[in-house]
Design a protein. Sequence first.
Length: 201
Amino acid sequence: MGNPMTRLKTGLITENPVFTQVLGMCPTLAVTTSVKNGIGMGLATTAVLFFSNMVISLLKNIIPSKVRIPAFIVVIATFVTVVELVLKGFVPALYDSLGLFIPLIVVNCIVLGRAEAFASKNGVFDSMMDGIGNGLGFTLALFCLGAVRELLGAGSFFGIRVMPSAFQPAIIFVLAPGAFIALGILFALFNHLKDRQPKKA
């Protein structure tokens, strides 16, 4: 279904899970107090999307339609468990930072939505590319939001102080209200830039 670059562009820009479809708001707002947390959550979700899409696409003709949703959840939960164990074993600091939001990837509407809307109806390769595209789109959104919140709320980037000593961090940006403010600004900016693309073409 289209070429691989089209699938990637769709997930990254055209149908970005956060900025366009407004999905996955709970982890988007909760874990983006820093860039590291945002990228970690995004890449963990990307891995789950990639492998669950691949397996669901392979099994789509075997799974009875009446139990497809429970079957999809079992597949997704399997890969979430694998990702959770990998993070716990190799990146314990990130695992501790993300906490409960790693197992909650199982019920992330982005993952189940791509399984139902795309992987269950398309070939394996297209489904894998769709998983990567949507996962990277989610990661991009979390990175942008985490960068804004960390810069304005702590004056740092990737934990390194980058703002001048005279800069007074706006603590609100590392709190829940700041997450909504930053997300609203990024929503407006992203959609403004996206709407301008066809005019340039």
